[in-house]
Design a binder for this molecule. Structure first.
Ligand code: PMP
Length: 398
């Protein structure tokens, strides 16, 4: 049965972790991860999460199944977080949300649902994008193409290229967009840029699919949702995949959600009934714990405030590390432009390091980054930043 099976290619990032774990150098650093580490190099347990968990354990609640679409207070809280407390959409009946297994699960639900819905199964993702976007949509049966996104010369978004790329797609294509803190580049669109993107998406009758995995890591919870809110104002139907893995530091609990904006209450009922079929035939219903915890934090004013403070702490620490890295690179003699590292947003920096330089960093210094040059700034701390900056300076200067 299994004899024709060949070894699947190694996941580039998980492969990197294996190489990192096998490295015996004491000062090794893993910048390849997609996880926020605190100043002590640990994945934090947020105080807001801990408090909500303690309250939940004290309830000694029985573990019945959740409905297919998940916990209702959670789904509602996700909508409020996305659209804002004052959004008329909240009461419109046009929103449906299904709790999902992380952001990945939300994307997969959306992809499976769209596959059933559309005749033209074409999705366009940014060049570059989170590496799982392509694989996930291909596995769901889509053809995946790229639209231009990153300009390595300016270290920013190639907006004109992006607009032209989206314009040129066949009408009715699915366009996957990173709502904030673009992974892997850290380069985001401005308010004005978004209005232009929305205009093209609308004109070409494309289907917008927003991926929001880092809400709160850019500026704050409100401003980071600007793309979602502008699309909502445009009145377009859309898909949104939320992830709370990073913002609640709940990676292993798999807390995410898929939200759809439909055109009417009647439509919502029908869409939800079909979405439930996708859920039922995949995993039947989602797990309880993470959603209970997140719903508690999002709906309890004191815990919400605490969570916002903790999110700000994470965001500010990343900014501090960006600034320190730039300063230390310059102090180590790097004269090329590195300021852009400070302006990129979210957990990552597209550092501009070449594949060869990344290999040298691993081999000579025990510093592991993704081959594309993506480094996780959230993995830097005061204990490892000098080693990283000096090593980066050495490879950049040779
Ligand atoms: N989208 C993007 C852009 C991401 O970076 C990630 C996680 N790295 C995800 C989705 C998936 O999130 P989750 O871990 O919640 O599945």
């Amino acid at each position: 049965l299994f004899s024709p099976i060949e070894m699947a290619p190694r996941d580039p990032i998980l492969g990197l972790n294996e190489a990192f774990n096998a490295d015996t150098r004491a000062d090794k650093v893993n910048l390849g991860v997609g996880v926020y580490y605190d100043e002590n190099g640990k994945v934090p347990l947020l105080r807001a999460v801990q408090t909500a968990e303690e309250a939940r354990v004290a309830e000694h609640a029985a573990r019945a199944y959740l409905p297919m679409e998940g916990l209702a207070p959670y789904d509602q809280a996700v909508q409020t977080l996305l659209f804002g407390t004052d959004s008329p959409l909240l009461q419109s009946g046009k929103l449906i949300t299904a709790q999902a297994l992380g952001g990945t699960g939300a994307l997969k639900l959306g992809a499976d649902f769209l596959y059933r819905l559309l005749d033209k199964r074409l999705v366009a993702i940014s060049d570059p994008s989170w590496e799982n976007h392509r694989a996930l949509f291909e596995a769901a049966g889509f053809e995946v193409v790229n639209y231009p996104y990153y300009n390595p010369t300016t270290h920013g978004v190639d907006l004109e290229g992006m607009l032209q790329g989206i314009e040129a797609l066949p009408e009715g294509s699915v366009v996957l967009l990173h709502a904030c803190c673009h992974n892997p580049t850290g380069a985001d669109l401005s308010f004005a840029d978004w209005t232009r993107v929305i205009d093209v998406v609308q004109r070409r009758k494309h289907v917008p699919f927003l991926d929001i995995a880092y809400q709160g890591f850019g500026d704050n919870l409100q401003d980071d949702a600007i793309a979602v809110r502008l699309f909502a104002e445009s009145g377009l139907p859309m898909f949104i995949a939320s992830s709370f893995s990073k913002s609640f530091s709940l990676y292993g609990e798999r807390v995410g959600a898929l939200t759809l904006v439909t055109e009417s209450k009647v439509e919502s009922a029908m869409v939800m009934s079909q979405l439930k079929r996708v859920i039922r035939t995949n995993y039947s219903n989602p797990p309880t714990h993470g959603a209970k915890v997140v719903a508690k934090v999002l709906t309890d004013p004191a815990l919400y405030e605490l969570w916002e403070e903790e999110l700000a702490e994470m965001r500010d620490r990343i900014r501090l590390m960006r600034q320190a890295l730039v300063e230390k690179l310059k102090a180590a003699g790097v004269t090329s432009d590195v300021e852009f590292i400070q302006h990129q947003r979210g957990m990552f920096s597209y550092s501009g390091l070449t594949q060869l330089q990344v290999a040298t960093l691993a081999e000579d210094f025990g510093i592991y980054a993704v081959g594309s040059g993506r480094i996780c700034v959230a993995a830097l701390n005061h204990g490892n930043i000098d080693h990283v900056a000096n090593a980066m300076a050495q490879v950049l200067l040779t």
